[in-house]
Ligand binder design. Structure first.
Ligand code: ADP
Ligand code: MG
Length: 729
C-alpha cells in the first residue's frame, strides 16, 4: 500500500531542521514604517488639515469639504514613494475574516491609451468604495438585485501598506454598509458602541467635576493563542485544511499532563517564526510585546500592548493573517481554531478591556486620592451592573461552532458569566452594600467612600483566578471567553453597549440625588449601596470549573447557555433588542439580520465538518481498515491451518475486534450522511441549527469514536492520517 504518511515520516526524520536568521533586525528602525501614522500625516499635510484630521481621530470631530482630497493625495504620494501599486478598502463583513478588493493607482492617461500612465487617488476614492457585495452575508438586508454595498473610510484607524512579492498595496480600513445605510459588518456597530459608552461615561465624569475630558474610549489588549504544526502534516489532513481542526485522531500518548510545555524554553525554529511575525507586526505599527509557549503541546501565545479598541481589533485581524501567512513561509501550518485537537487545551483570545479618558486617565484604576477612589467605585459598579444585566448579550459575543468545544469544558471559562474581583475588592463592596462578611481583617481601612483612601489593588498573581470568564486584574477587566479565531469586535460591542446602559442608569440615580440636594459624596454612597446590593450576585471568586458553581449560579439566577444555538435563539429577546437599539448600536433590522447570519454561519461551519467526516471516513479510514482486516483474516486462516484451533486463537479475536469497529464505523457514517440530508432540507435557520446540534454533532462524534478506536488497533504502517503524536510533538 502506498502510504504518504509513512513516507513523510521517513522524509521528516532525515530532513535538516531549518530556520531563517536575520540579525540585522532593529525594532526601532522598522516600527510603523508601513503606516501612514499621525507623525507622517503631520509631516505631509497642511497644518490646518492635519489639525482637523487629528481631532477626528482623537475626539470625533468632522473634516471640512476638500480635506479628503488633500489627505488622499498625500496618502497616495507616500504610498507610491514606498512602493505601492494598488489600494483597497479593507473591511470586516460578517464572514469572520477581512475582505479586500484591490484597484491599481495607475490608469492610462488618455482614452487613446497613448502609452502613458497616470496615477490617481481622489478624496472620493478614499472615502467611498463600491464593491459588488452580493456574496457577503447580509441576512436578507440586501437582496442580489440591489447588491450595492458601500465601504466607507474609517479615519480613526490609519491606512497602511501590506507587502507582497511584487510591491505593496495601500489598505484603507473601512466600514461596510448597505445601500440603505444598514451595517453589514462588525466595525460599524463597534464605532457606534464606542460613542455610546463615551457619552455616558462623560456624564459621570462631569458629575465628578471633570470638565477637561472631551471623550472616553475603550482600551483593549488582545492576547492571541494559536497552534503551530508542520505544514507537511497538514498537507495530508483535509480536516485541518478545510475545518481547522482534526475531525479524527486518537489522543497522543503524551498530552499536556507533564506540564512541560507551558512557559517552556521556546524551540529555535518556533522562535524564528515568532520573530518574523513580530517584525511584520512592528512594520505595521502593531506593538507586539509578549510571546510564550502555552499549556498544550504545539500551542503558543502572542500579546500586543493595549490600544484604542478600534485599532486593537484591526490589529488583531491583521495579526491573525500574519500568523497564517508567516507559518506557510516557515514550513508551518497555523491553527487558530478554538479546538484543533481533542484531549488537549484549545485556544482562546483574552480581551483585556478598560476605559480611558482623552486626558489619558484609566477610569478603572483605583487611583490615589479618595475622590479618585469614589469615581473608580462608580465605574466598577457600572461594570458589575453591565455584566449582570447583559450576561446573555456578552455570551452572544463568544458564540461560534469552534468555541462550543471549549466553554464549560474545564479548560476555558464556563458558559456562565460571572465577575472575579478578588477577596479585597469584594470585601469593599460587600461593606458598602452592608452585607456582612466574615473575615475583614482590614475593615478599619474601608470607611465612607470619599473620605478614606482605598488600598491599592495591585495585580496580585496569587489572587488571579484562571477559571473566571471576566476578571478584574488591577486596572482592567479580562474577558476570557472569546474564541481564538473570532473577531474581538462582538465582545467589545457587547461590553461597550452594556457599560453605556449601566452608566446611564447610575448617572440618572446620581443626578436625581443631587437635584434633591444631596452632596456628591452622599449621592455616590447611596447609589453604590443600592446598586452593589442588587449586583453582587454576579461576583464569584471561586472555582468556575466546579459542579458546585453551576448549582450556585442557578440559585443566583445567572444564565447558563451551553451552546451557540441556545444563545442565538435569545438574540431577538426584548432584553437584548432594547439595549442594542436604545443606544443605537444596531437597529432592529440589523439585529434580526445578524441573528440569521450567525445561525447560518454555525450551520455552514458544522456542515462542512460533517461532509468531511463522511468523506474522510469512507475514502480514507475505511479502506485502511478493510486492508488490515484482510491481513488479519489471512493470519487467522494460517493459524487455523497450522494449529487447528484458531477459533480460540488471538488472531481471530483480533480480527473480530477490528471487524466490529469497522462495521460500526461504516454504519455510523451511513447514518450521518442520511441525517445530514434530512436536516439540510429543513426550513428555517433555527430548526436546522438545532437539529445540527442535537442530531448531527452526536453522530459525527460517534464516527470519530470508532475511527479513533481503530487507529489504536490498525497496523501503524498503513494508517493513512498523521497522528497526534507526530503533529503535536
Ligand atoms: P496576562 O493576562 O497573560 O498576565 P498581561 O497582564 O501582561 O497578561 O496583559 C495582557 C494584556 O492586557 C496585554 O495586551 C496588555 O497590553 C493589556 N493591558 C494592560 N493594561 C491594560 C489596560 N489598562 N487596558 C486594556 N488592556 C490592558
Ligand atoms: Mg491574560
Amino acid at each position: 500500500m502506498n502510504n504518504s504518511r509513512t513516507a513523510l515520516k521517513t522524509a521528516m526524520a532525515m530532513s535538516e531542521p531549518f530556520c531563517f536568521t536575520d540579525q540585522s533586525y532593529s525594532p526601532n528602525k522598522i516600527y510603523g514604517k508601513n503606516v501612514f501614522s499621525l507623525r507622517i500625516m503631520q509631516e505631509r499635510l497642511p497644518k490646518n488639515v492635519f489639525t482637523r484630521l487629528e481631532k477626528v481621530i482623537k475626539t470625533n470631530g468632522t473634516l471640512q469639504e476638500g480635506d479628503a482630497d488633500v489627505i488622499a493625495s498625500a496618502m497616495k504620494d507616500w504610498a507610491i514613494e514606498n512602493g505601492a501599486t494598488h489600494y483597497t478598502h479593507w473591511f470586516q463583513p460578517m464572514t469572520g475574516v477581512t475582505a479586500e478588493k484591490h484597484d491599481s493607482f495607475f490608469s492610462p492617461s488618455s482614452a487613446h491609451n497613448d502609452g502613458n500612465l497616470l496615477n490617481e487617488f481622489s478624496g472620493k476614492m478614499l472615502i467611498k468604495g463600491e464593491p459588488d457585495a452580493s456574496s457577503f452575508p447580509s441576512g436578507g438586508i440586501r437582496s442580489t438585485f440591489e447588491a450595492r454595498g458601500y465601504t466607507a473610510w474609517d479615519p480613526t484607524s490609519p491606512v497602511f501598506l501590506l507587502e507582497n512579492t511584487h510591491g505593496k498595496t495601500l489598505y484603507v480600513p473601512s466600514v461596510f454598509i448597505s445601500y440603505t445605510g444598514e451595517s453589514l459588518d462588525r466595525k460599524t456597530p463597534l464605532l457606534r458602541s464606542n460613542e455610546a459608552v463615551s457619552k455616558q461615561a462623560l456624564r459621570i465624569l462631569r458629575l465628578f467635576g471633570n470638565t477637561k475630558a472631551g471623550n472616553v474610549y475603550p482600551m483593549v489588549g488582545i492576547e492571541q493563542e494559536y497552534f503551530l504544526i508542520d505544514r507537511r502534516h497538514a498537507a495530508l489532513r483535509d480536516d485541518l485544511k478545510l475545518c481547522g481542526r482534526t475531525l479524527y485522531g486518537a489522543m497522543s500518548d503524551k498530552g499536556q499532563e507533564l506540564e512541560d510545555h507551558y512557559f517552556g524554553s521556546i524551540n529555535e525554529r518556533i522562535l524564528s517564526f515568532m520573530a518574523d511575525v513580530e517584525k511584520q507586526m512592528f512594520s505595521l505599527g502593531i506593538p507586539a510585546k509578549t510571546r510564550h509557549n502555552e499549556v498544550a503541546p504545539a500551542q503558543f501565545e502572542l500579546a500586543p500592548v493595549f490600544e484604542p479598541v478600534n485599532l486593537a481589533i484591526d490589529h488583531n485581524m491583521l495579526t491573525m493573517q500574519i500568523l497564517r501567512n508567516t507559518a506557510e513561509k516557515h514550513g508551518f501550518y497555523c491553527l487558530l481554531h478554538e479546538k484543533p485537537f481533542a484531549g488537549v487545551n484549545g485556544s482562546g483570545k483574552h480581551n483585556n478591556w478598560s476605559l480611558c479618558d482623552s486626558e489619558g486617565n484609566n477610569l478603572l484604576d483605583p487611583g490615589q486620592t479618595p475622590m479618585d477612589n469614589a469615581q473608580f467605585l462608580v465605574f466598577l459598579c457600572a461594570v458589575l451592573r453591565a455584566v449582570r444585566k447583559n450576561a446573555v448579550l456578552l455570551r452572544l459575543a463568544t458564540i461560534g461552532a469552534g468555541n462550543d468545544h471549549r466553554l464549560g469544558a474545564n479548560e476555558a471559562p464556563p458558559a456562565i458569566l460571572s465577575v472575579f474581583l478578588g477577596t479585597q475588592l469584594t470585601a469593599v463592596i460587600e461593606d458598602i452594600a452592608d452585607i456582612s462578611h466574615e473575615s475583614k481583617e482590614w475593615k478599619q481601612d474601608i470607611m465612607q467612600i470619599g473620605i478614606t483612601s482605598l488600598p491599592h489593588f495591585s495585580k496580585d498573581v496569587s489572587d488571579r483566578n484562571r477559571t473566571s470568564p471576566f476578571a478584574f486584574t488591577g486596572n482592567k477587566f479580562e474577558f476570557r471567553a472569546v474564541g481564538s479565531s473570532a473577531s474581538s469586535a462582538p465582545a467589545n460591542i457587547a461590553l461597550n453597549t452594556a457599560m453605556a446602559s449601566a452608566l446611564d442608569e447610575i448617572a440618572i440615580e446620581l443626578e436625581t440625588e443631587l437635584t434633591k440636594g444631596a452632596s456628591l459624596t452622599k449621592a455616590v454612597n447611596s447609589t453604590l449601596k443600592k446598586f452593589f446590593k442588587e449586583d453582587l450576585a454576579i461576583v464569584f471568586n471561586g472555582n468556575g470549573y466546579s459542579q458546585e458553581w453551576q448549582e450556585e449560579a442557578k440559585k443566583r439566577g445567572l444564565p447558563d447557555l451551553k451552546d451557540s444555538v441556545s444563545v442565538l435563539k435569545q438574540y431577538n429577546t426584548d432584553d437584548i433588542m432594547n439595549v442594542l437599539t436604545h443606544y443605537q448600536v444596531l437597529n432592529e433590522r440589523e439585529l434580526l439580520a445578524r441573528q440569521d447570519i450567525l445561525l447560518e454561519n454555525y450551520i455552514r461551519d458544522i456542515h462542512v465538518e460533517i461532509k468531511l467526516t463522511h468523506s474522510m471516513g469512507k475514502e480514507i479510514i475505511l479502506p485502511a481498515c478493510m486492508a488490515y482486516l484482510n491481513t488479519l483474516a489471512e493470519s487467522a486462516k494460517n493459524a487455523q491451518i497450522l494449529l487447528q484451533d484458531a477459533a480460540n486463537g488471538f488472531e481471530l479475536q483480533y480480527y473480530r475486534t477490528v471487524r466490529e469497529n469497522t462495521e460500526a464505523l461504516y454504519h455510523a457514517l451511513d447514518a450521518l450522511d442520511k441525517e445530514h440530508k434530512r436536516v439540510d432540507s429543513l426550513h428555517g435557520a433555527l430548526p436546522r441549527a438545532e437539529e445540527t446540534r442535537d442530531t448531527l454533532i452526536p453522530l459525527m462524534n460517534k464516527c470519530r469514536y470508532f475511527a479513533d478506536t481503530l487507529e489504536k488497533l490498525v497496523d501503524d504502517s498503513i494508517w493513512p492520517l498523521p497522528k497526534y503524536n507526530e503533529m503535536l510533538w
